[in-house]
Every structure is written in structure tokens, then in C-alpha cells.
Design a protein around this ligand. Sequence first.
Ligand code: AMP
Length: 466
Amino acid sequence: MNPTSAPSQTFADLGLAPELLRSLADEGYASPTPIQAAAIPQVLAGRDLFGCAQTGTGKTAAFALPLIQRLRADARKPGPRRCRTLVLAPTRELAAQIYESFVAYGRHAQLTAAVIYGGVGQHRQAKAMLPGVDVLVATPGRLLDLINQRLVDIRSVEYLVLDEADRMLDMGFIHDMRRIVAMLPEQRQTLFFSATLPTAVRELADTMLRDPLEVKTTPRSTPAETVEQSVYFVPKREKKPLLIRLLQEEATGRVIVFARTKHGADKLQRDLTKAGITTAAIHGNKSQSQRERALAAFKSTQPPVLIATDIAARGIDVDEVAHVINYELPHEPETYVHRIGRTGRAGQTGAAVSFCDHDEQPRLVAIERLLRRPIPARNDRSAAPEPAAADSPGTSRHRRRPARAGSSAHAGNRARRSSGAAGKRPRRSPPATPADRVAGGSRAAPPAIPPAAANSGRSRRHRRAL
Ligand code: AMP
């Protein structure tokens, strides 16, 4: 069961319509999370909401489900280029996720939805808005662009959602947000979410909400507290042997390996299979039944290594994931936090190991900035593994070999699958300091990005995104 769920209630108890219950069954949600249990009946009743909740608490469904139901209850058509619900989110990644959630939850409710964000051409977004939609999810900058070009009209919005308001303020969107809100009808229902509650957020909420229900979720411990994170600076060509070595010698239990693309995930699966490692893969090109089979195997007591892309991994709700391996670093730093949040759940500890090649260094800098701390570097990628116990000659022969990553794959995988000596974690080199890392990583990667360059890389990306 989901550790944050409220077991005594069902979604039907909250007053949700049958078509939504069907979607929830499709999603495999058994019971509402606390924020869903608290928010859904009140939002259904038309009340404003002030939610202090982080990602991972189920807050998207907490606002999306009752809004879909309210839209259906009064199924009027939006005018051309108009939307009935406007959801504002700080990043394109979050906007895309929220959009996907609306599509998934609204699939039996004839919901129409669109998403707009910067960094891509605007043509398709404007076209999607032509007939008008029930739900528009948008980042503020691109939304204002399209409004100014009269391609989007928000003057008849009935429901407004502000997600991650604290991040929108951090990212300097306060003026954009105020301009957008000033265009909306006064008469509307507003749902406001923020992970933290600085004064500026409180003040903003006060100007937008009327007698809101306040819901506060117990903050989940941040991944930084429960997940042991580390990074290898490794050239691209050495990633595969390093991965194989880790899977053989260290990463036991449930392991998810993240690849950035479907093609990359497929290639990795072929390579690991060749190395004798049992794998399953989930990504956008897999059918629903293939994904379900992969997940069922992953939840079993003999889990294969799961290779996943980010979008496909969103539905993975499995506790006791021992290791997350980032074979490639994601473009968006938030995705990193999402990925490593798959492990270290329910108060358990987990490990997240990332591979960073030369080209990925700016992404690492952005991730560390978001985490507000450096990720310790590991430099044991070619160190000999700990010798095995003297009474297991076969294993010992394998493990004493100088650690040429990728060697003896079949034997290693067998060892990995048994719960013997190979299942133990070898001792790690002490985490490198940032200075060590630059020096130690210089063979694999050039010196770390100077802060100024990193800054501009990140802000450029954000400008593009918005
Ligand atoms: P969110 O906090 O909205 O980002 O949701 C985090 C994750 O929890 C998403 O992957 C959702 O699909 C999943 N989720 C949301 N509600 C539930 C639920 N009631 N039961 C199981 N998983 C859920």
C-alpha cells in the first residue's frame, strides 16, 4: 500500500463519479492519499483551497479529480481559444505532467485539455486552443505570449489552479502571475498549492483566495535525507561496463535504471541481456500489457533490473526500491529528484547512483543547485572489488580479478541473483570533496563548470522552457 494513503476511505466515499472511479481503477490507485481525502469533497463543494503539499503526496489528483467532476456536472462548451480551467505551473516538465494526469483521469469523462509551454514552437499549441478546451495547463511566460497574440483567451476561466506557487515566486514569475490573474473573472474557484510557506506565498494566497480550506500534508522527508546519492564521472563509452559491474556487485534488490530515451532504454536492455542480466523495460513504445507485465515482475520477489524512461516511470509506485541508477542525467533537475524519490521510500534508505559524462556536467550543476548541495563523487569505477570470503573459491576467483568492468558477466549475474557474498555492498571509497572531484574526475571529465557558465546554462534553459 502507498505509505501516504488513508486506508479507511475509498474514492467512492469522497463523492467521485463512476467515470472517475473507472480511471482511478485503470491507474491502479487503491485508496486516496490524505490530501486527496481532505481536498476532494471540499473542492467538489466549490470551496477555494490552500494546500501546503509537496510532489509525491498525490496533490495533482487532489485538484484534478474534483475539477473534472465539476466541469462534467455543468458540461458547457468553452468558446473558441478559451479554457474553463487554467492550471499554472512553473516548469514545462511539471506542466506536461499535470496535463498527462488530467488526460489520464479524464479519459472516461470526454475531457478536453491542452498544454502550453515555451521552448517549442507555438503553432501546435495555438491550434490545440482553437476550439477551446476544458483544461489548459500552462507556464506563465508562454501563456502571456499567446494571450498577447490573441491566440488564447482566459477571460471566462471558472477554475484556477496555481501549482508550486513558491517555485513560481523563486523563479521570478510574480509579475506574470499577477498580470494573468488580473485578466481572470473575479467569480471563480481557486486552488493554490505550495510546497513551502514563505511570507510572500502567504501574501499572494491572501489576495487570491476566499475563505479557503487549508490542507497541510506532513512533509515527506526529502530524498536528500533518506537516499544516499553519489555520482561517477565517467566517459560515455565506459558507462555500460560500469553499469554491468554495479549490477553484478553492488546494486542488489530492486534496481531501476533510468535512460533518457526509449531507444536508449531498448539498447541498454539488449546490452544487459547480452551480459546475462535479467531485465524488464518500460517506456512509451511498450504496450499497456507489456508495461503491466514488467511492473508485475519488478514487484515480485525475483525482480529483474527495470529499465525505464521518465514518463513511463511516473506510474511506478513500488516500495523497497533499493537502487536508482541514472545511466544518463535528465535535462530537468526536478526529474532527478523525481527519479531518486523512487528509492528511500517509507522511511527506508536507498541509494541513487548517477553517471555523468563530459556533456552532462551542466545538468549535474543544475541538479546540485536545486538540491542545494553537492552530490559526492565516487572514484572507484576501476578499483578492485572487495575480496570474497576464502571459503567460496568460485566467487573469489571472479571477484579477485582486477575490476575490468563488464568481465565475467554471466557468473556475476548468477552471483547477483543468489543472496551470497556478491550481494554484499563492497566498501566505498570515501566521498570526494568537490575539489577532489574536479581533480579526480578530470580524466573522465574536464574541470567542473565554472559557476557563471553554469548559471547562464541553467537560466538559458529556463528561459527556453518558459
Ligand atoms: P503527485 O504528488 O501528484 O505528483 O503524485 C505523485 C505520484 O503518486 C504520481 O505518480 C501519482 O500517479 C501517484 N498517486 C497519486 N495518487 C495516488 C493514489 N491515491 N494511490 C497511488 N498512487 C497515487
